[in-house]
Design a protein around this ligand. Structure first.
Ligand code: PLP
Length: 429
């Protein structure tokens, strides 16, 4: 494939935008080479600026669960745009989408809309701290909750000490309130809770992790967290920015049958427009301004364009719940095909999958947390990624990201992808 125009556009972009991108993973730093510039997309396919057609396995990192430029979403947005795009004054559609979301997701009474997953998680943590009157939170290494200061934290020295900033600009003061735990390790969490008695407001996690590749909670892990939270009076926050409205109508809470205290949303909930949300039961949500003392606001929050896209998306998922099983079956089919060609190629691998989230880790060891994910052979991944791109398949440009299937993918697309993987692996062997 030729990437002449993409390359020229990237050179120009780098003059005016740091690294040429508005979000770092797009820059291909993890895989090398230059990013592809997309011109348009429809259904399961991206069309780049050089006229190449690519099968898309990232779906804008999740939102495009029904494929790109999905007609009901586009129609809803175009219709709303004619009538004004933001007023900073209440609109009826905000209640319509809130009512629908509350009916689809278990254990929530009220929901507040924001503009990104980052904002949702940041606000959820503030609400938890305000509600509990405690400062500390526990997060898991490898889980991503957006780029707000409290989450840009790495493990500090010593097993039970607090975290340290993993980006310049995050203060030590902020870092000391975020405790780092290992995913799928209940003992580690219990240790942290005991060492910080009555100080921890909340535990936040991706109930199925997608930001260190796909990692699935071990049986009993989420149940154990729920129990520890109850014992220690700590709120359990599910960051369902990826899993919400993707794994099931009610997200991971529904699929895995675990009750969270606060749930964060993003990605699918906005139908491809910038939307996030956080939700909980009345008792907790009523602590938010203007009802309560915990402050949270947004000039463009709940704007009609974003709400129209989100409402069209959620309505379609709500009315056609077979979409979730269809997606899961397609992903299982891909899983089976990948397993066969990877076995044939005799390349060490582990595939993790749940519902329509899947990733190939190039290591034989079980991948259950950040450290085991980091054992994947990144060199193999880079070659694999670029090989697939050359075959017209766009995978996440990092081994630490899940693939997201969309329901516009056909079984022919999946067969094409499996054959392409086979071809690429053979060239690597
Ligand atoms: C993408 C993501 C976020 C951040 O959402 P943005 O809309 O990019 O700010 C937070 N949590 C999880 C689990 C995510 O996947």
């Amino acid at each position: 494939m030729i990437y002449k125009r993409s390359s020229a556009l990237f050179a120009e972009a780098q003059k005016y935008i740091p690294g040429g991108v508005n979000s770092p993973v797009r820059a291909f730093n993890a895989v090398g080479g230059e990013p592809v510039f997309v011109k348009e997309a429809k259904g399961a396919y991206l069309y780049d600026e050089d006229g190449n057609k690519l099968i898309d396995y990232i779906a804008s990192w999740g939102p495009m669960i029904l494929g790109h430029a999905h007609q009901p979403v586009i129609d809803a947005v175009v219709d709303k745009a004619q009538k004004g795009t933001s007023f900073g004054i209440p609109t009826e559609i905000e209640t319509e989408i809130a009512k629908l979301a509350v009916s689809m997701v278990p254990n929530i009474d009220k929901i507040r809309f924001v503009n990104s997953g980052t904002e949702a998680c940041m606000s959820a943590v503030r609400l938890a701290r305000g509600y509990k009157g405690r400062d500390k939170i526990i997060k898991f290494a490898g889980c991503y909750h957006g780029h707000s200061d409290s989450f840009l934290i790495q493990a500090g020295s010593g097993a039970v000490t607090f975290g340290s900033p993993n980006s310049p600009g995050v203060t030590q003061g902020t870092a000391k309130d975020t405790l780092l735990a290992r995913y799928n390790d209940l003992d580690n969490v219990e240790e942290l809770l005991k060492a910080n008695k009555e100080e921890v407001a909340a535990i936040i996690l991706e109930p199925v992790a997608g930001n260190m590749g796909c990692i699935i909670p071990k049986p009993g892990f989420l149940e154990g967290l729920r129990k520890l939270c109850d014992e220690h009076g700590v709120l359990l926050i599910f960051d369902e920015v990826m899993t919400g409205f993707r794994l099931a109508k009610g997200g991971a809470q529904e699929l895995l049958n675990i009750k969270a205290d606060i749930v964060c949303f993003g990605k699918v909930i906005g139908g491809g427009l910038p939307v996030g949300a956080f939700a909980s039961r009345n008792e907790i949500m009523n602590h938010l301004a203007p009802l309560g003392p915990v402050y949270q606001a947004g000039t463009l929050s709940g704007n009609p364009l974003a709400m129209a896209a989100g409402l069209a998306m959620l309505s379609e998922l709500n009315e056609n719940p077979e979409i979730f099983s269809s997606l899961s079956e397609k992903t299982a089919y891909l899983h089976k095909g990948l397993t066969k060609v990877l076995n044939d190629a005799k390349i060490p691998y582990t595939i993790n999958r749940l519902g329509s989230m899947i990733s190939v880790h190039f290591t034989e060891e079980a991948v259950v947390d950040f450290d085991s994910a980091a054992k994947g052979n990144n060199d193999t991944f880079k070659k694999f990624f670029h090989g697939m791109l050359a075959e017209g398949v766009y995978l996440p440009p990092s081994a630490f990201e899940s693939w997201f299937l969309n329901d516009a993918l056909t079984y022919d697309d999946l067969d094409y992808t499996i054959n392409a993987v086979n071809k690429v692996l053979r060239s690597l062997a």
